[in-house]
Structures are given as C-alpha cells and as structure tokens.
Design a protein around this ligand. Structure first.
Ligand code: ARG
Length: 380
C-alpha cells in the first residue's frame, strides 16, 4: 500500500498530483530498424541511409543526462521516480513470423505501458523493433503487482507482425493518395489484427480518448473498448485529419487540468469529435509555434517539431516544459500554471519529450466523470 492508502498503482488522468512515475533511460538504445511499419529517415534531406546498430555512447550519455535531470526535478517535488532495467536493444528478434535486425530503446515508456486506474496495461505494439519493449519494465510491474492485491495487470494480445499485417507500399503513397486514404483512416497497418501503442491513448478519468493512427488500428480500438468498457471506462476514438503520419496522441491533444486541453494548431480534431469536449466544458487552447522548425530537429529524430507541446503535469497547477520552449512556458504561465523548465532537447533524438519519456504509476484522485453529457444521455 502507498503512504496515503491509495493502491500502489492508481492513475486516472494526466494531471492529478503525481506520486510515483517511471522515467525512461537511453541505456542500451539502438537505431530504430527499417521495417514494414516504419521507414526511418535521416532528417538532413540527404538520401543517406538510416544508421543501424547501437546508438553511440555519446548520444546515449547526452540523453541520459537530461533524463536524470528530469528525475532529480521530480524527486525534489516529492515524486518517487523509478527507472527501467537495462536491456540490449541492439539484439535482433526472430519469431515464427518475422525477423528484425535490432530493437529500439527504453526512452519512451509511455509508448508501451499505460496505467488505467488500478490496472497496468501493456500495449500490443505496432512495430517489430518494439515487440519486446515491455521487458525493461517487467521487474517493476511484478513489484507493483505483488505488493498490492488491488493492482491488476493486463497484457494485450501480441499481433504476428507478419508481412500481412502491414501495407508495404504505405511509405511510397503519393500525397493525393495519402490524403484520400487518410480520410478512411488507413495507414501502414491493416485491420487484420489487434494493434495499438499505449501512447495513442490519453486519460480523462472514466473516459479514455484514443487516436486512430499508424500505430493504433480500429481492431485495436475495438479490443480496448471491449476490455475496458465492462470495467466502467468509456473509450472514444478520435481523429486529427490533417496529420498525415499520426502516431501517439501526446504531441497533438494534451489535457492539462479539468476543463483545459492543449491542442496542436496544425492538427485540429475532427469537427464531428470536437463537440464531445466543448459541450462538456473543455476549452481547447492551441500551443504556440515551437522554437525548433521541423528541419532543425535532431538528425535522427523521427518526430515532429511538436515535441514542444509534450509536457508533463506534476499537478493541476504545476507543469514541466522543455527549457527552450519559452512561448509555451509563457502561455502556461498565463493560464495559471507554475512552470518548471527542464532541458530535454537531447532526448528528442529518440522521438519523444517529457510525456513520452515517462509512465505514471500513481497520482491522487479517482475515476471522475469529466463528460457529464454522456452520463445524461445514458440516463435519458
Ligand atoms: N507523432 C508525434 C509527432 O511527431 C510524436 C509523438 C511522440 N510521442 C510519444 N509518446 N513517443 O508529432
């Protein structure tokens, strides 16, 4: 049991006062492999082939220094910080259905692991190189699960990740085709198997919002609905039609406290889905232009400049923001937050920032209903 009687695992949303969190680590990291679900590209516009094998000791040390800095800040705020086990991601993986030359990293636990109330869910994952990415967190999962009988643990069904699960030509689609197919929400994974990454979900108490994307398909969303709705959650699929390569919702739509969501001005939510939020008293506030342009991002980073808005809440009034993102810090300050800047640019190399690089285990609070119109509809 935790000090204040809450279950050891208890986190229902993105903003309640934080008590315990896992911060990722660059130890053992490798370059993400090229595979049907991912075609990483060097960002300098050259056609240079993407490197393979382990990341250099220097690049890992730079990221680790910033990850450790985040851990220090959180600890000073009274938060218990845990770290993943070391794992050699340069090892290949071979299953009966596929083979891949290396794996990726444990910098972004958010992509793999999610706490939904008192339950830990391990995602199916969507890429071969990330098939075993749950492993560095297993020791922690066992510890939480063994230490409190109120904690439950669910591992989603592993897809085959065989060739048939992917659309091999996705990466070559011309822009017009991309536009057309995108509106049908068809990306690099087909609908044949259950597929989701944990970071396509964002938590609002009883309500879980999940983005359909390159990393989460409709079968994955059906699995989440049927698994979570009998437990009292409501699962809402959402779409951001202007994002041609959607993956992970936390650079697009981040709730900061009850009634306030930070949104991405380049990626407005589908007009049919917006009322769910606005009719329940949620204000959508656009993030300012990031300090880095897409071309200034680290050479091997596969995420967009919108890593700028990947903030982490310590509580409904305290928030951690990347140190150089001054315009966002100013906005958050004007919105009434105490802002904690932390340098994190070297972590961008691994495709994530503050929210991606963490996995919250325990926050105060419970399964509040932040969407009363849905409850009223059900009663009517
Ligand atoms: N696809 C997002 C973007 O480029 C990056 C998401 C990163 N999030 C994460 N949890 N790894 O804007």
């Amino acid at each position: 049991m935790s000090d204040n009687g809450l279950p050891v695992v208890n986190s229902w949303n993105e903003w309640d006062p934080l008590q315990e969190i896992v911060v990722g680590s660059a130890d053992g990291a490798a370059f993400e492999p090229t595979e049907p679900g991912n075609r990483p590209q060097v960002r300098d516009g050259s056609a240079a082939s993407f490197p393979t094998g382990p990341k250099s000791a220097e690049v890992k040390a730079l990221a680790n220094e910033e990850l450790d800095g985040l851990a220090v800040l959180l600890t000073a705020q009274g938060v218990t910080v845990r770290r993943p086990d070391t794992y050699d991601f340069s090892l290949p993986v071979r299953t009966p259905h596929f083979e891949v030359e290396s794996q990726y990293c444990a910098v972004c636990p958010r992509d793999v692991m999610i706490t939904l109330g008192n339950e830990i869910v391990e995602a199916t994952m969507s890429r071969r190189g990330r098939y075993f990415e749950n492993e560095p967190y297993r020791r922690l999962v066992y510890e939480y699960w063994e230490s409190d009988p109120r904690v439950s643990w669910t591992v989603a069904p592993k897809p085959t990740m065989s060739d048939a699960m992917y659309r091999a030509d996705f990466w070559d689609w011309a822009i017009e085709e991309r536009h057309q197919r995108m509106h049908a929400s068809e990306f690099c994974v087909t609908q044949a198997e259950v597929v989701f990454d944990a970071a396509d979900m964002i938590r609002f108490g009883r309500d879980i919002v999940v983005q359909e994307s390159m990393t989460t398909n409709r079968a994955g969303i059906r699995w989440l609905k049927r698994t979570l709705e009998p437990k009292g959650f409501r699962v809402h699929p959402v779409h951001f039609p202007l994002d041609f390569f959607p993956s992970h919702i936390d650079c697009t739509f981040i709730p900061l406290r009850p009634g306030l969501i930070l949104t991405n001005p380049d990626r407005p939510i589908h007009s049919d889905e917006r009322p769910l939020f606005t009719e329940n008293g949620w204000q959508l506030v656009d993030a300012p232009e990031p300090m880095l342009s897409n071309t200034d991002m680290p050479k091997h980073c596969q995420s967009s400049k919108w890593l700028s808005m990947n903030v982490l809440s310590i509580s409904p009034t305290k928030i951690i923001c990347e140190a150089q993102e001054k315009p966002l810090q100013d906005l958050l300050h004007d919105l009434g937050f105490e802002v904690f800047p932390v340098p994190f640019r070297n972590v961008f190399e691994y495709g994530g920032s503050l929210h991606c690089a963490t996995w919250d285990i325990r926050r105060d609070g419970g399964p509040e209903d932040y969407f009363p119109s849905l409850t009223r509809e059900r009663i009517r």
